[in-house]
Design a protein around this ligand. Structure first.
Ligand code: FES
Length: 100
C-alpha cells in the first residue's frame, strides 16, 4: 500500500521503533519512515484501545501520536527522523508532565 519511489537516491538513517532497529531515508518524517517499514499502527485509543496510525500526513488528524526519545504526544508526520531516534507506540494521550 505504501512504497517509496524507485528513483529516489538518499542516504539512510537508522532509528528504533519499539526497540527494533529500523531504517529510513534522510529527511523522511517519522510517519513516512514507519509506513515505509510496514508499521501502520503507531498508537492505541484511550477509550477502546483500537489501533490508530498516520492518516492525514499534514498535522491535522493527530492519529500519528508517538513517543519520541521519551517525550509523548509527538506528531510523527511533522517530525523528521534523525539518526539514533527512539520512537515508541503510545497508548492514548499522555498528560502534560508525563514525560520520561
Ligand atoms: S498523520 Fe495526521 S496529524 Fe499526523
Amino acid at each position: 500500500m505504501f512504497r517509496r519511489l524507485s528513483d529516489r537516491k538518499e542516504s539512510s538513517v537508522s532509528f528504533t521503533f519499539n526497540g527494533v532497529p529500523t531504517m529510513a531515508s534522510q529527511d523522511d518524517s517519522v510517519a513516512a519512515a514507519l509506513l515505509a517499514a510496514g508499521h501502520c499502527s503507531t498508537r492505541r485509543t484511550p477509550v477502546s484501545g483500537a489501533a490508530r496510525g498516520p492518516y492525514c500526513m499534514m498535522g491535522v488528524c493527530f492519529e500519528c501520536l508517538v513517543k519520541i526519545d521519551g517525550r509523548p504526544n509527538r506528531q510523527a508526520c511533522l517530525t523528521t527522523v534523525v539518526e539514533g531516534m527512539r520512537v515508541e507506540t503510545q497508548n492514548g494521550a499522555a498528560m502534560p508532565g508525563q514525560e520520561e
